[in-house]
Design a protein around this ligand. Structure first.
Ligand code: TXA
Ligand code: MG
Length: 314
């Protein structure tokens, strides 16, 4: 069932379902999330089952504010500075999980760290504050498929598995949050997003290390992810072709343009919806023209690379 997030009684209904251990899909500024009470081991297990998510892949816990986060993770000076600057917003912190952390073990998938994020959406923050506990929420798509950026996308992929979908309209950012870990004051980028390394380094006043290519610590680092069913080719510079659906950018028009003006922020917002449309076009292949690998283009190219990777674990 889809209900507008600001409809009368919507928040209360969601609160009721979450308190009862059920799954609710929620809008965030990045992508829609598949939410459950993060302290309820059975509810968290439902998330893994609904998505078909491997049990070794941990979940992000969404908090209403820094005080709630501080109940479950150790927040030292560097994290504090970054949180003050970027929360609420699309920056997730992987931090040491407190010894007495009362959240479900499964949210950390056996690690001694916990990922925390404070989303921009005010209704969702109020919902979490009223629940008085974090909600665990991965992107609301079947594992390995394209992330949802509107309520209809969630309905299509997981409609039969959630008790309620809160509809907050299309996501304004459209790409998943930036994820950093902070360990002994060393900041590592685990997943690029719209908040970029250089902005983080400037606020933290220390370098941000890139973990790309090193061991798997976040599934963003598994090769195939965000994958359409149709094979995806990157950096396409060939002519129009009846067998190929071309996703364009700037002057490179294509069958559908991520941003005719060549704006990377707009392209990021449109990326997942465009991959869905391209997939539905039923052509033999999807080809994406080159996207500049600067600024938000780094996160866009990261998602594209995974969309194009061989589906070795989908
Ligand atoms: O924007 C977002 O972050 C969205 C919205 C719903 O908030 N959520 C999201 O969740 O993208 P998900 O599960 O699709 O991606 C979370 C990523 C995964 O790559 C997971 O491996 C990583 O975060 N992660 C979670 N906890 C972690 C931890 N303790 N250590 C390392 N990586 C972690
Ligand atoms: Mg995801």
């Amino acid at each position: 069932m889809i209900i507008k997030e600001n409809a009368a009684g919507a928040k209360e209904k969601a609160l009721d379902l979450l308190s009862n251990g059920e799954l609710v899909a929620i809008p965030t500024e990045t992508v829609y999330g598949l939410a459950a009470d993060a302290s309820n081991e059975q509810a968290v297990a439902l998330i893994y089952a609904a998505k078909g998510r491997p049990s070794y892949n941990p979940l992000i816990c969404h908090v209403s504010d820094i005080e709630m986060a501080a109940r479950y993770v150790d927040i030292k000076t560097t994290a504090q500075k970054l949180i003050d600057k970027f929360w609420p917003g699309p920056l997730t912190f992987v931090l040491p999980r407190k010894q007495n952390c009362s959240l479900a073990k499964a949210v950390s998938a056996g690690l001694d760290t916990l990922a925390v994020r404070c989303p921009q959406n005010e209704t969702i923050r109020a919902l979490i504050a009223e629940l008085n506990k974090p909600i665990a929420a991965p992107s609301a798509n079947p594992s390995g498929k394209i992330s949802p950026t509107c309520a209809a996308d969630v309905e299509e992929g997981l409609g039969s598995k959630v008790s309620l979908i809160l509809d907050g309209g299309p996501c304004v950012v459209g790409l998943e949050s930036t994820i950093i870990s902070i360990e002994n004051n060393k900041i590592s980028l685990l997943r690029p997003g719209t908040i970029q390394s250089d902005e983080i380094a400037a606020v933290a006043k220390c370098p941000v290390f890139d973990r790309e290519g090193s061991e798997i610590t976040a599934p963003g680092q598994l090769s195939s992810h965000y994958a359409p069913n149709t094979q995806v080719t990157l950096k396409y510079s060939g002519p129009p072709n009846d067998d190929i659906f071309i996703i364009g950018f700037g002057d490179n028009q294509g069958n559908l343009n991520l941003s005719a003006k060549g704006h990377l922020e707009e392209a990021g917002r449109n990326l997942f919806a465009s991959l869905r449309k391209a997939d539905q076009a039923g052509k033999k292949a999807i080809a994406v023209v080159p996207i500049p690998a600067t600024g938000i283009g780094i996160a866009i190219n990261d998602r594209l690379k995974r969309a194009a990777a061989p589906k070795d674990h989908a």
